[in-house]
Design a protein around this ligand. Structure first.
Ligand code: ASP
Length: 434
């Protein structure tokens, strides 16, 4: 029964997505000019439904990160654990991103998607200047934690929550009382996550139906080589690099991992936002993959903010594509600069739709390529954004498992249990279940 429930949520989300895509296509091909359908259905029901769904997810992000991270850090035995955890997580995040972008450059050079591309579409594209590294570091530290929360600045919330959690852990009995309050809050917020996940099939349907009735897939045909090389590299990294890392460093079965990630991947794909997916990624990591909240509450929000392998891959392929299209030769040292800058640019990319493309300007500037090139790929970016966001959160979860396993903070029985976390997913409103 419980297992059935779990299957039904994952399945229902997938069905919602499939139906949404189908309905979107049908509307675009048959009712594109029908004002009633456009005004009331596409820009009415679908638009409002999708926005409400994203809002409910985003609504959870700030309280969830704060509460779960305070719980996580307040239960750490000593500070050296925190340092080790942070060091390992950051190193793995950087390493996988550098591998991702190297793979992207190799694939783009092998398949040359930009050779012979028509430059007519390259009009103009204006970008904001990328912040300097110094600014990035300064901006991580909150001057006012309440405004950090109000603005949803995740790095600042992470820093404040960690410090707050540490203070709790060294405050004796008073600290213990506060910690137990946070544990209760955490339980309630996780319940809220699960409650809202139950409306996901509808939310995903609205998002997909609106998107696919709006976007013209003709743009993809013009840039089919770019689209295919980029998607293939994203898939290769997700399936091969991650599976190898996962198997080698945890000894666990990557297929089980991917199966358990289905729901989170679908959320990431349909929202194109790692940030909005944080509640689902965290729920998946703790309830289904068996990672202790101590680790996941830190690695998941951090990963959603700074670890963007999919985005780095897009930036690598796009850079080579633009160089090929403009017939500009990139030297070996240019490629080195691309790897370094794209790693940093993906760190600086916020986990919201479309930002990766804006940060691409930083990489292009670094190697002297025309920023207008971004205009060429703009038309196909929405769909690719969805795929790369799914890769981004998969990468976060792989590293979460690796770090947790190495720290002895992963429950292997939960990981291997196909129904783990399923009972949590069915929330009976109106009953008080223990
Ligand atoms: N949409 C991506 C994410 O949220 C970021 C990007 O590449 O634009 O992870």
């Amino acid at each position: 029964m419980k297992n059935q429930n779990k299957m039904s949520l994952t399945k229902r989300v997938l069905v919602g997505m499939g139906l949404g895509i189908l309905v979107g296509f049908v509307i675009r091909s048959l009712f594109a000019d029908v004002a009633f359908v456009q005004d009331y259905i596409v820009n009415g029901v679908f638009y409002v439904g999708g926005k409400v769904f994203i809002a409910t997810l985003k609504m959870l992000v700030v309280p969830l990160i704060f509460v779960s991270l305070v719980c996580g850090t307040s239960s750490l035995k000593d500070l050296s654990t925190l340092g080790r955890l942070g060091g390992k997580t950051l190193s793995f995040y950087m390493l996988t991103t550098a591998i991702a972008i190297t793979l992207a450059i190799l694939m783009a050079n092998l398949f040359e998607p930009g050779v012979g591309v028509d430059l007519a579409q390259a009009t103009s594209f204006s970008t904001k200047d990328a912040p300097s590294l110094g600014d990035v570091i300064i901006n991580m530290f909150p001057t006012n934690p309440i405004s950090s929360m109000a603005e949803g600045n995740i790095l600042q919330i992470i820093i404040f929550s960690i410090l707050f959690g540490i203070a709790i852990s060294v405050s004796g009995p008073e600290g213990e009382r506060i910690a137990s309050l946070f544990y209760d809050f955490n339980k309630v917020i996780m319940k809220l996550v699960v409650m809202l996940m139950n409306i996901a099939p509808y939310g995903v349907f609205f998002l997909m139906a609106k998107l696919f009735s709006d976007i013209g897939l003709e743009a993809i045909f013009n840039l089919i080589n770019y689209f295919l090389v980029l998607s293939a590299t994203l898939l290769l990294h997700a399936l091969v690099t991650y599976s190898l890392f996962f198997k080698a460093l945890t000894g666990l079965n990557p297929i089980t991992f991917f199966k358990k990630m289905e729901t989170a991947i679908t959320f990431a794909f349909s929202t194109a936002s790692s940030n909005a997916t944080i509640p689902v990624t965290l729920e998946t990591a703790t309830k289904r993959l068996g990672v202790n909240n101590k680790v996941a509450s830190f690695t998941v929000p951090l990963g959603a903010t700074i670890n963007m392998d999919g985005t780095a891959i897009m930036q690598g392929v796009a850079t080579v594509f633009i160089a090929q299209a403009f017939n500009i030769h990139l030297s070996l040292s240019d490629y080195g600069a691309v790897i370094l800058t794209a790693t940093l640019a993906s760190v600086g990319t916020a986990g919201v739709p479309g930002v990766g493309l804006i940060m691409l300007a930083m990489v292009l500037n670094q190697v002297g390529l025309p920023v207008e090139g971004i205009a060429m790929i703009l038309g196909v970016d929405r769909l690719l954004d969805m795929i790369r966001t799914a890769v981004n959160i998969t990468g976060d979860s792989v590293i979460t498992c690796i770090v947790a396993k190495s720290e002895g903070e992963m429950d292997i029985d939960v990981f291997n249990d196909p129904s783990a976390g399923a009972s949590e997913e069915s929330v009976q409103l109106g009953t008080t279940k223990k």
